[in-house]
Design a protein around this ligand. Structure first.
Ligand code: GUN
Length: 285
């Protein structure tokens, strides 16, 4: 029987530890603080930002939210980031993506001080990740590694197939898996014979943004499947719901699958909180 991995329980466990770290830092006079910047009124982004701010409060992290109109210029956004960089009471800065098309996201993210870049998107942190030399690690890949730690443990020599090559998930998770000496295959939209490649995997990590892409016959008996997809679909009766990139109902022969919702999502936020504390801790050294 396939094990549905409880990401919420694991995230709670991680956040309990983060809350202890926050209390320890506060006792030393450091109150960890996260600035969350949202530009425009994308409804999904508003939901994510609200959730991030609420989870900060639960563990005692101070958060300040800057909600800017969608007409905000790139120069004004960069000026805000520079001000947050210079503010010693702010330890983490997160700019919610996507940004409006009038703003160049890469140029903006490059202006976040690397030591405050709790998303791990700055080129310095990307470089540190790819050379295995520390830095802040993107939250979703970090959450995936913690899920794999709890299910699989030692990853040395495991065959892992990553589906999707995004900068937010596919590429960084491949780097983290390589650090752990897994054998990693990164696949993407142009990959030929994807089901055959996936079927070789001990572990599949899918972040493709394609509802129910990974079917039962793609997955070998006893494999572990990590579903990063968040897709809004409409049922024939007109009801909207969120599904992942995995046809979960066809995974009876897998060892474990992460559900959507309740798998990777909660771990992403828990890792944002632990990254904020890590950034705050660095200022005490
Ligand atoms: N939009 C979708 N995922 C993410 C993320 O991990 N970080 C930020 N800042 N925005 C996102």
């Amino acid at each position: 029987m396939v094990d549905l991995i409880d990401g919420r329980a694991l995230a709670r466990h991680l956040s309990d530890r983060t809350a202890e770290d926050v209390a320890r830092l506060r006792a030393k006079g450091v109150a960890p603080a996260l600035a969350v910047v949202l530009v425009g009124n994308d409804p999904a982004s508003q939901v994510y930002v609200r959730r991030k701010v609420a989870e900060c409060a639960k563990v005692g992290i101070r958060s300040c939210e800057a909600a800017l109109p969608r007409e905000t210029s790139e120069a004004d956004l960069v000026a805000l980031i520079e001000a947050l960089n210079a503010d010693p009471s702010i330890h983490g800065i997160l700019v919610q993506l996507p940004l409006p098309p009038t703003i160049d996201a890469t140029r903006v993210l490059d202006r976040i001080a690397p030591e405050k870049d709790v998303d791990g998107f700055h080129p310095v942190n990307v470089g540190r990740l790819s050379t295995g030399t520390g830095g802040l690690v993107p939250c979703t890949p970090l959450g995936i590694m913690k899920l794999l730690d709890s299910i699989v443990g030692d990853l040395r020599g495991r065959d892992v197939v990553v589906i999707g090559k995004s900068n937010i998930v596919g590429k960084p998770v491949a780097m983290l898996l390589l650090e752990r000496e897994a054998t990693v295959t990164v696949t993407h939209i142009e990959t030929q014979n994807l089901p055959d490649i996936a079927r070789r995997a001990d572990i599949i990590v899918v972040a493709a943004g394609s509802p129910h892409l990974v079917r039962g016959f793609w997955v070998k008996e006893g494999a572990v499947v990590i579903d990063v997809g968040i897709n809004r679909v409409t049922d024939p009766d007109g009801r909207a719901r969120i599904v992942g990139d995995v046809a979960t109902h066809e995974m009876g022969h897998a060892r474990a699958v992460t559900p959507v919702p309740g798998g990777v999502g909660p771990m992403t936020i828990a890792c944002l909180l632990s990254n904020t504390v890590a950034a705050a801790e660095r200022t005490t050294r």
